[in-house]
Design a binder for this molecule. Structure first.
Ligand SMILES: *Cc1c(COP(=O)(O)O)cnc(C)c1O
Length: 358
């Protein structure tokens, strides 16, 4: 590929054995991608190099002012040996929207997709083949100028790491318990809730930690102004099924526009379900639960694909949903989307791209 140099490792690492528990994001492949930006020059010196530590100034701007954006997507090994990517251009489009928000220079989206494919080809033996496992891909950008003044940086690094990761549900899809957060907020309109940036995660950690201690797996964020409307869950978007209608909070700038969310909406609509994106008050959800009309609730994101919610706790109120079991719409969305991603089902044109064969 033009403008991409490749330095292969002379010291390959040992790959996890088939069947070994991989967990998430702890094992990395032999290579990584790195590219630099300097003001006046632009992005340059894209290269694939052996995976390893990088050196940087302790005054690097990202360490002090959190000028950082990231993405998360996966490569899947199909049974017939194809390595597949799911809508990767959507991730790099979103990376640029995140970049715009915090003054990081835009990347060439096509180059990002193509260079990612080269990296995966080189490390294709690392794509796990066990059912449900995949190669998690983490592109990210950091401000990397050595200066303590508060200002967008003149220098940046773009990097891509690959991490073989285990099945999210080794024991099958189990509904989770979610805590509706009423004190802390994650983002406000006009803030950076729509951007995939580390700062949003830093601000969410205390609430997440507290919810964990109370026995809940994640928090459901409400809007940051009135704390009335449902936003999203931790690293997932949220759906409700009320009275046979699928509801998703509208993209109001304070929630992340999930690619899984978008894909689910498209799939459910084409299957004939009524799907509506709008403001959803938490009171409306509670009223529906009381009236026996809250049929399903589930989260969506690249990591879990679908995460059924079995219990929602809002103040003193506990809503148990669908007897704490996954509902038919969540199951349909999960089966269809994972079927497409692993190459078992034909998806809409262009959703799945072949990188190479094993
Ligand atoms: C990444 C992310 C999601 C899910 O997005 P997908 O593209 O579906 O993986 C949802 N919410 C937040 C805050 C996220 O960072």
């Amino acid at each position: 590929m033009k403008n991409l140099s490749i330095q292969k490792t002379t010291n390959p690492m040992s790959k996890p054995a088939p069947g070994e528990a991989l967990g998430f994001g702890r094992v990395f492949t032999d290579h990584m991608l790195i590219m630099e930006y300097d003001k006046g020059i632009g992005w340059h010196d894209a290269r694939i190099v052996p995976y390893g530590p990088i050196s940087m100034s302790p005054a690097s701007t990202c360490l002090h002012y959190a000028q950082e954006t990231f993405e998360g997507l996966k490569a899947y090994a199909a049974e017939d040996g194809r390595i597949l990517l799911f809508r990767p251009e959507e991730n790099f489009k979103r990376l640029n929207l995140s970049n715009d928000r915090i003054c990081i220079p835009r990347l060439d989206e096509e180059f990002c997709v193509e260079s990612l494919k080269e990296l995966i080809k080189l490390d294709k033996e690392w794509v796990p083949r066990q059912e449900g496992s995949s190669l998690y891909i983490r592109p990210f950008v950091i401000g990397n100028e050595s200066r303590l003044g508060v200002k967008d940086a003149d220098n940046y690094l773009y990097m891509v790491l690959l991490s073989p990761s285990g099945a999210y549900y080794p024991e099958g899809l189990k509904p989770v318990k979610i805590y509706v957060e009423e004190n802390f907020v994650r983002a406000v309109r006009g803030g950076m809730g729509f951007a995939k940036t580390g700062g949003n995660y830093a601000s969410s950690m205390l609430a997440q930690h507290t919810a964990h201690e109370k026995g809940y797996s994640q928090v459901l964020w409400l809007d940051g102004v009135e704390k009335k409307y449902v936003g999203e869950v931790g690293a997932m978007n949220i759906f409700f099924v009320i009275d046979n209608e699928v509801l998703a909070p509208e993209l109001d700038g304070s929630i992340l526009a999930g690619i899984t969310r978008k894909s689910i909406i498209e799939l459910l609509k084409s299957k004939g379900y009524k799907v509506t994106e709008r403001k959803i008050a938490i009171q409306e959800v509670a009223d529906a639960a009381d009236a026996g009309k809250l049929q399903e609730c589930f989260g969506s994101g690249t990591a879990a694909v679908i995460s059924p919610v079995g219990e929602l706790k809002w103040g003193e109120k506990v809503m148990v949903i669908n007897n704490n079991e996954i509902g038919p719409i969540a199951q349909y969305a999960y089966d269809t989307l994972t079927g497409i991603q692993w190459g078992r089902l034909e998806g809409p044109e262009g959703w799945v791209q072949e990188v190479c064969r094993l």
